[in-house]
Design a protein around this ligand. Structure first.
Ligand code: ATP
Ligand code: MG
Length: 434
């Protein structure tokens, strides 16, 4: 086995050194060690220590109590980055959702409560000792994800580990070891006991990976979509699933929420689908802002403007979808075209987007708020307070979308006067009833 050389940030070594000088142990653990062995660069390094949280806080001038009940103190390093320093722990009681932990004095105890062998490796910078009691390095190199200890017991302690398994297996392209896999499939029916927040954060971590499709395919193949993701569970066995996964991979990893939206779109687009999307987003307790954005995008995903459309049609489209959502809709369509390797489709989208973009930067009026007059002007013309005002503004906007040069105060007031004089108000009203 080649010798492992870890290269943590200097600031982390300094923190570890200070703990060691105080007579404590400092071990780098978890994701940073796993990634280093896998040859991936890593920014956040975590430490495990036998020092109690109070001691850690006394040793360092700049600390943040990140989760004292879990024994985690954030220590600001010399590089101004935050390093998590967590006291060794031992689970004394678990119920599938949370654990009652006690502080421990040995790294071995701390590693025993970790979920997968690849996550249960520790390295002590002071002595260059490596602890790998469950042969996680071997598993990682062989491409295997394996639970620490008895898989069924470990999943029953915390069902989130089921979802974590798919995340790690997907992110590192690992095969799930057969016993771990069969325990997973049994445990999957208990996922409803988790909190929405943990399930949501887990999804967002999956979607932040370069290729989330691998994990998502495992979600679908191992019965994890029922329940939390009920609205898309059916689609996952349908013909659109592969396209959806390809499109998700194509969307940039930092656009996690657009990837969520693409996932929702396998339940279809349009008004009905947006109601299902809303139910799913609410269940996962996404913010109201995200729910509004997500349902709006699902509602308006189809159809997109066509390259041959006139500019008034482009503005009409912007008005319908809302300028603030137009970029996202193009991104989604572009991802679909790239995923299906349609070069013509991509070219047409780039062309159409340029034209839509011109309308956007030219500040073409596509919403009532952009009109040169507002409701108070219409009141001054003698229009009664009430729905007519909005209907009149909509009518004027329709004219302005057709001919933007009409967005001038005098022209619009004249048009309003004309409509009133012609008895056009009735027309507006009857139009509203349709
Ligand atoms: P990343 O930060 O890249 O998501 P990570 O491995 O650091 O990966 P964290 O969720 O930050 O994952 O947890 C840090 C470590 O704590 C894990 O490597 C694992 O050893 C342990 N751990 C975290 N959550 C659990 C859990 N639910 N059950 C058991 N061990 C866990
Ligand atoms: Mg981490």
């Amino acid at each position: 086995m080649p010798e492992l050389v870890f290269q943590p940030p200097e600031a982390l070594l300094e923190i570890a050194g200070r703990l060691e000088s105080a007579g404590c142990q400092a071990w780098a653990v978890g994701g940073a060690i796993r990634d280093a062995i896998h040859g991936l660069p890593r920014a956040d390094w975590d430490l495990a220590t036998d020092a109690r949280p109070e001691e850690v806080r006394q040793l360092f001038p700049r600390t943040v109590p990140l989760g004292l009940e879990h024994g985690t103190v954030g220590v600001l390093g010399e590089d101004d980055a935050m390093y998590e320093v967590t006291t060794f722990r031992l689970d004394v009681e678990t119920d599938g959702r949370h654990a009652v932990v006690e502080f421990a004095t040995q790294i071995e105890d701390d590693l025993a409560r970790r979920d997968f062998t690849i996550n249960a490796i520790a390295w002590r910078p002071a002595t260059d000792d490596l602890q790998d009691p469950y042969r996680g390095i071997e598993d990682l190199r062989a491409g295997i994800l394996r639970a620490v200890g008895d898989p069924a017991t470990r999943f029953a302690e915390d069902y989130l580990r089921v979802l974590r398994a798919f995340r790690f297996a997907g992110a590192y392209d690992l095969e799930i070891e057969p016993e771990t896999l069969s325990a997973l499939r049994v445990a999957a029916i208990h996922l409803d006991r988790l909190s929405a927040e943990r399930v949501r954060e887990e999804l967002l971590k999956v979607l932040a990976a370069p290729i989330p499709s691998r994990s998502l395919r495992m979600y679908a193949d191992h019965g994890t979509l029922m329940g939390w993701y009920a609205e898309i569970a059916g689609a996952a066995s349908g013909p659109g699933w592969d396209d959806a996964l390809d499109a998700i991979d194509v969307l940039a990893p930092h656009r996690k929420f657009l990837r969520v939206v693409r996932l929702l779109l396998c339940g279809g687009a349009g008004e009905e689908a947006s109601a299902s999307a809303e139910a799913l987003l609410r269940r996962l307790k996404f913010s109201n802002l995200d729910i509004r954005r997500g349902t709006h995008l699902v509602h308006h995903y189809q159809p997109l403007v066509h390259p041959a459309d006139g500019s008034a049609t482009l503005r009409e489209w912007l008005h319908t979808v809302g300028p603030e959502h137009s970029r996202d809709l193009f991104r989604l369509h572009f991802a679909a075209a790239r995923a299906s390797r349609s070069e013509d489709g991509q070219r047409a989208l780039v062309y159409t987007w340029r034209r839509v973009h011109e309308e956007l930067v030219g500040n073409a009026p596509v919403s009532v708020g952009q009109l040169s007059i507002d409701g108070s002007d219409l009141l001054a013309l003698g229009l009664p307070r009430g729905p007519l005002i909005g209907l009149m503004l909509d009518e004027l906007l329709a004219q302005v979308i057709e001919s933007p040069e009409r967005n001038d105060r005098e022209t619009l007031l004249e048009a309003a006067r004309e409509l009133i004089a012609l008895g056009g108000l009735d027309l507006l009203e009857s139009g509203a009833e349709e």
